[in-house]
Design a protein around this ligand. Structure first.
Ligand SMILES: Nc1nc2c(ncn2[C@@H]2O[C@H](COP(=O)(O)OP(=O)(O)OP(=O)(O)O)[C@@H](O)[C@H]2O)c(=O)[nH]1
Ligand SMILES: [Mg+2]
Length: 361
């Protein structure tokens, strides 16, 4: 999974990126202008830890997420569309993590001169709407030439869907709110429109304003709430400091501040939920590992995440749920209790399933 970190200039994107990926990219003035930061973060999962305690495998592997931290989006940059470089960097992202500034810091000027999270979100969305619209219009123009006189069904469908997108965008509505059927959605998937991506909105509050965060989140939810948007608040600088503590001190410090889980965990959980992703596991003496698949994936599709051969040659999967496995304590105990099931090609993998895939190529 790939998450793009976006926002207005100096909203705290790179600070959050460093926190999420434990990196040390340059923050502050100009830090974000020049380059795109890429970083991997592992998805903490207590279930993987527990499996590793049981098996003592040679290797323990967590799911990973790639974060892409781009330059601040400047107001008015969308006249010719966002910079090509930014679009290229964000193209393959599955979700956008929008960092909205709510912290006061006299050393760091706000590009609009004042702190106003709702206004900033409108500015950002305005640029994204325009960027999508420019892409839609360019494609529609080319399609109308290509289609002259010819009746090609696929192109006609594309044209019809893009016209709907155009009307929607002109109406200042993000494409994530446009209802499309499966075929229509597939037709435009390749364009990777920014306003179609799910959003995790992170309100970056100052260290002295943690108690104001709730009100801001509520106001944002009232304006932006939808099934594909989640809003949360965090303080990037506090969490950055906490992340440098030992895990016990960190937990105590978070509890002190009334924060029940770290920003990293909350962002990951929100992203999984928005994208409808689940985790399944494989285990053994060699490796215990988490894999990420869309909810509803069949057993062969889930196997395909490991290797395409496993999907192609899928025969069946031996399945036990993590909770059952841990309660039973070992594979042998699961077998004795009849907890291991054999599932076929139609089986839909559940979050927390442990799979042993039988295949033949
Ligand atoms: N007081 C305070 N300062 C912060 C907070 N988050 C970020 N800053 C400061 O704001 C400045 C900008 O932070 P960055 O993380 O570089 O912001 P950015 O959004 O990546 O900036 P660009 O990439 O240039 O658009 C830095 O000097 C940070 O130390 C915060 O929560 N509180
Ligand atoms: Mg930056």
């Amino acid at each position: 999974m790939e998450i793009g970190i976006v926002g207005l200039p100096l909203s705290g994107k790179t600070t959050l990126f460093n926190l999420l990926t434990r990196s040390h990219a340059e923050t502050g003035f100009g830090g974000g202008k020049k380059k795109v930061n890429l970083g991997l973060s592992r998805v903490p999962d207590l279930r993987v830890d527990r499996l590793a305690e049981i098996w003592h495998p040679k290797k323990t592997t967590y799911a990973t997420i790639q974060y892409v931290d781009v330059a601040g989006v400047e107001k008015g940059s969308g006249k010719e569309g966002l910079a090509g470089e930014m679009l290229t960097s964000l193209k393959n992202t599955d979700t956008l993590l929008v960092v909205v500034r709510a912290f006061e810091n006299e050393q760091v000027p706000h590009p609009e001169g004042s702190i106003d999270p709702l206004r900033d979100l409108e500015i950002l969305q305005g640029e994204f709407l325009l960027s999508d619209l420019i892409i839609v219009e360019a494609r529609l123009q080319r399609l109308s030439k290509q289609l002259k006189g010819k009746g090609e069904r696929a192109l006609e469908l594309e044209q019809a869907v893009l016209r709907r997108c155009q009307a929607h965008l002109e109406d200042e509505q993000p494409l994530r709110l446009l209802e499309l059927d499966g075929d229509e959605a597939r037709t435009i998937r390749g364009f990777q429109f920014l306003t179609r991506k799910p959003l995790v909105i992170a309100v970056n509050v100052g260290e002295d304003d943690l108690d104001r965060a709730g009100g801001i989140v509520t106001a944002i939810e009232a304006r932006w709430g939808s099934p594909s948007v989640t809003t949360l608040s965090l303080s990037a600088t506090i969490e950055q400091e906490i992340s440098e503590l030992s895990s016990e001190d960190a937990a105590a410090f978070l509890a002190d501040l009334g924060i029940d889980s770290s920003a990293t965990d909350r962002i990951l959980r929100s992203s999984y939920r928005l994208l409808g992703l689940i985790s399944y596991f494989t285990m053994g003496e060699d490796e215990c590992r988490a894999w990420t698949v869309p909810a509803g994936a069949t057993a062969p599709q889930a196997a395909g995440v490991i290797h395409s051969d496993l999907e192609r040659g899928f025969i069946r999967a031996e399945v036990v749920h993590y909770d059952d496995f841990v309660a039973a304590g070992s594979q042998a105990a699961c077998r004795d209790k009849g907890l291991l099931r054999l599932e076929g090609k139609e089986y839909r993998v559940q979050d927390g399933d442990i799979l042993n895939i039988r295949f033949n190529v």
